[in-house]
Design a protein around this ligand. Structure first.
Ligand code: ZN
Length: 373
């Protein structure tokens, strides 16, 4: 049984990351409670066997051996349903089996492999009223490997999620915010729930040459941004609103998710880049991880650059914990460089903080306006 939070703190992301080899690249994100057959051990890593000739590795600290037969299940029906802004595909399993999900966008296609599952599928129940799911097909490419192919309408869903309901596996695809449907005569921000995350604390983040702490600058910008967004009708959620609230990375994403966030923006300022001269390579940048977040990153960068008047440091794909959240478009803004004396000095001024906040707000607005209703 896999679990990354045996103490039950609720302060992790609630899933175990399985990799292609010990300490190698990411392969599967398995919700806590997943059962898998174990194989070899190598140092701090445990191999779990998936299908014939397929395996993955999980940290030993997150894998708890139990005696019993190899986990397996049959499946007789696949259902879809619509729930509170999500279209979902439900796989009724007898045991919480490991799975792998692969996403292709434009048009949106999802392939899901479930290991240890034997198809005895009579039918796939889909609702013709479903606005997002166009088709669901299943197959059994290998002994004990079940494959599901899901086609969605449109280029990409607003977000997606894979979770367990008991032993059942649920794959959810999010509809655009309901508030966006009615945006002809008002700001597209109106009624959209936006989570603003002032980066760092209890850690200081980067510290500038004259001692400005990144967490301070981030908070000032975030509070300004929250005001602007609220004035334009958005429902704003701040992960922290005071200098003394201390949060871990997953506290931030869990809060974003639990509060029904529809857009997530983490506010940061940059430190020293690795291996390059910061006095040559610096400026404004926006990071994203999932492809559905890239348009948001591009829109914010486009609106932010003219306001910071700094160099274009680019829009980057980066594997950052808060950005791995896939339920909503999530980006991380690096407005300026703490380490450059002139930029640190600017970051201290309410005028520059306001400019950054205006730029991010305009970027979110632009992203929402450009999305198909
Ligand atoms: Zn930072």
């Amino acid at each position: 049984v896999l679990n990354d939070d045996t103490a039950g703190t609720g302060r992790t992301d609630g899933r175990v990351i399985a990799r292609t080899g010990p300490a190698l690249g990411y392969q599967l994100f398995l919700p806590n409670g997943t059962s898998a057959a174990t194989a070899r051990r190598a140092g701090d890593w445990r191999e779990i066997s998936l299908g014939p000739g397929t395996s993955a590795w999980v940290p030993i600290a997150e894998a708890f051996p139990i005696a019993g037969p190899r986990p397996g299940s049959e499946i007789a029906v696949v259902r879809t349903r619509v729930r509170k802004g999500w279209s979902e595909v439900v796989l009724p399993l007898a045991e919480p089996l490991p799975f792998r999900l692969e996403q292709r966008l434009d048009p949106a296609r999802y392939a899901v492999w479930v290991y240890g599952l034997v198809a005895n599928v009579d039918w796939v129940e889909t609702s013709i009223a479903d606005p997002l799911i166009e088709s669901v097909r299943w197959g059994q490419p290998e002994n004990g490997v079940f494959r599901l192919d899901i086609e969605l309408a449109g280029e990409q869903p607003w977000g997606w999620r894979a979770y367990r309901e008991g032993a059942h596996l649920v794959l959810g695809f999010r509809h655009p915010p309901e508030a966006l449907a009615d945006r002809r005569f008002r700001s597209p921000l109106h009624g959209v729930r936006i989570v603003i995350d002032p980066g760092h604390n209890p850690d200081t983040g980067a510290v500038g040459p004259t001692g400005l702490e990144e967490r301070e600058a981030n908070l000032a910008i975030a509070l300004e941004l929250a005001d602007i967004l609220a004035e334009r009708g958005a429902e704003v959620v701040l992960t922290r609103a005071t200098p003394d609230s201390a949060l871990g990375l997953y506290d931030r994403t869990n809060l974003a998710y639990r509060s029904g966030g529809e857009v997530f923006v983490s506010i940061h300022n940059n430190a020293l880049p690795d291996g390059v001269n910061p006095f040559v390579h610096n400026g404004t940048s926006v990071l994203y991880y999932h492809p559905q977040s890239e348009p948001l990153a591009e829109a914010i960068q486009a609106e932010l650059l003219p306001r910071t008047a700094l160099d274009d440091h680019g829009v980057w794909h980066q594997n950052v914990a808060v950005l791995r959240m896939n339920e909503m478009p999530s980006v991380l803004v690096e407005s300026a460089f703490m380490m450059i004396p002139e930029q640190e000095a600017k970051l201290r001024t309410p005028e520059f903080q306001r400019e950054i906040a205006e730029g991010v707000a305009a970027g979110i607005e632009r992203f929402l306006r450009e999305r198909d209703p």
